[in-house]
Design a protein around this ligand. Structure first.
Ligand code: GDP
Length: 472
């Protein structure tokens, strides 16, 4: 019998034979430090003409370029011979560079006019402006990094807390790629064993032994499920926990919002275009990025503007991962309190009895598990933070040794992988022909391959790289 041949699989690295994507041979340039008004700007050039272009526009004081050395010199307009600027150039030869191509980084003076004029001069040397994420896309297309590592670059730039940053760094180092590579290698082993059986079936050689293969599939399933379980945690570290503070007017929602932020505000750049109708900010609670929303706007309102605000607040409550229900024990519970209690208790929530510095006006044994705090004196706030972090189950993943899944795309593909793997297992246990089992094993391999970019359709790739900023 003829054996069907497959290209050799190397589970560790993206195999270009599996990635039908190609990089073009144009040389590109972009400002790698956009949007900032600083003392320096760094322009990045990548592609086969990099060195030639640098030689055209830059006059180094020592007159040749050595790998990874910085040169001081003057930038000149190649046509008019005018000195444009002075600064430093560092050249990285292919493949030891960010993109895997020849790369140059030009440190020039900052300022929009200077950057524009330098970019124009470089473009006149036959270099085009880079698209969003194109440097990282080239790194991926050249097999320097896989797709999960490219995505980690975005996460790294967007990290909200140090813990989120650590997770992104570990993904960039290739920890997830490694785990996926091991999974692929194991499944490729199972596929080969099954194919051997397909080939020999015609010769009536009964060498089929399902037991060990079932064991291997179970192991792979276990590994996928562990990854999937880490996603809730990972998502919160990457995107933040949505926490909405709810309660009737005057219970102290805004005070609590401010008290939590006073000590724990996270360093994040506000996302442009977010609505200001609902007061929102990001806190760093024990490393967990928490998007706090003060829903002070929820109460009955007559005029339209206020009603819109209320609608937005309601949306906050609906999308929240966790609600902080604030009650004021110094005043008896009102009908408004009861109404809010009734709507909130169907959702994940924590009851907070604020104003614990005042004497209680009602017997609150009904809320035995409630947290007693005072937004005024900050009493009980640290305990409240502990409870929030415990509920999320996300205590400092920086110390976590296992790989944590942070990306919804990865989760969706792993769910697909788990589903086809379960079908493969069922077929194997049910004594189906090895051909049928192989189909499902192959589907699992394809889903896992799409995570690291081996089998990712081009339109997905474009979507992923369009999340990058220019110059990345
Ligand atoms: P909101 O309408 O729920 O946002 O409530 P506010 O945060 O505006 O607070 C309403 C009133 O309660 C204000 O006068 C606050 O100073 C006061 N307040 C808030 N928290 C506390 C607290 O813990 N103790 C005391 N004694 N007063 C508080």
């Amino acid at each position: 019998t003829m054996r069907r041949m497959r290209p050799a699989d190397d589970p560790g690295k993206p195999d270009p034979r599996f990635a039908p994507h190609a990089t073009d041979d144009e040389t590109i340039v972009a400002n790698a430090t956009p949007g900032s008004y600083g003392a320096l700007s760094v322009l990045r050039i990548s592609g086969s003409r990099t060195i030639a272009v640098v030689q055209q526009i830059f006059e180094p004081l020592p007159d040749r370029f050595r790998q990874q050395q910085m040169y001081y010199g003057r930038f000149r307009d190649p046509e008019r011979e005018d000195v444009l600027d002075e600064g430093y150039v560092v050249v990285m030869h292919a493949p030891q560079s960010y993109t895997g191509e020849d790369v140059a980084e030009l440190s020039i003076h900052g300022g929009a006019v200077n950057v524009r004029r330098m970019l124009d001069a470089i473009r006149r040397c036959g270099v085009r402006l880079a698209e969003q994420g194109e440097f990282t896309k080239r790194a991926f297309l050249n097999g320097r990094i896989d797709l999960t590592q490219a995505e980690a670059v975005v996460d790294l730039l967007n990290a909200k807390t140090e813990a989120s940053l650590d997770l992104a760094l570990r993904q960039l180092e290739g920890r997830l790629s490694e785990t996926l590579g091991e999974l692929r290698a194991a499944l490729i082993g199972v596929r080969s064993a099954l194919e051997l059986n397909i080939d020999f079936i015609e010769e009536d050689v009964p060498i089929f032994e399902a037991g060990p293969l079932v064991g291997q599939l179970d192991q792979a399933l276990e590994a996928i499920r562990t990854l999937l379980e880490s996603y809730e945690r990972g998502r919160i570290y990457r995107d933040g926990l949505q926490l909405a503070i709810v309660g009737r007017p005057n219970v102290g929602k805004s005070s609590l919002f401010n008290a939590l932020l006073r000590e724990h505000r996270a360093i994040v750049t506000p996302i442009p275009g977010t609505t200001r109708d609902v007061l929102q900010d990001t806190a760093n609670l024990r490393g967990v990025p928490v998007q706090l929303a003060d829903t002070a706007g929820i109460h009955d309102a007559g005029d339209t503007v206020e009603r819109i605000g209320i609608e937005r607040s309601r949306a906050q409550v609906e999308h929240a991962d966790l609600l902080l229900l604030v009650l004021d024990p110094s005043e008896s519970l009102s009908a408004a309190d009861e109404e809010i209690i009734a709507t909130v208790t169907a959702r994940p929530h924590l009851v907070v009895l604020n104003k614990s510095d005042l004497s209680p006006a009602w017997d609150n044994t009904r809320f035995a598990h409630a947290l007693r705090v005072s937004a005024l004196t900050a009493a009980g706030l640290e305990e409240l933070i502990d409870r929030i972090v415990d509920i999320v189950g996300a205590r400092d993943p920086g110390h976590e040794q296992s790989v944590v899944l942070t990306n919804a795309r990865h989760r969706d593909l792993l769910e697909r992988a788990a589903a086809s793997l379960e079908r493969a297992r069922e077929a194997l246990v049910g004594g189906e022909e090895p051909e049928f089992v192989t189909v499902d094993v192959q589907e699992t391999l394809d889903a896992i391959g799409a995570i690291s970019g081996m089998t990712t359709p081009d339109e997905w790739l474009n979507k992923i790289f369009s999340q990058f900023c220019i110059g990345k």
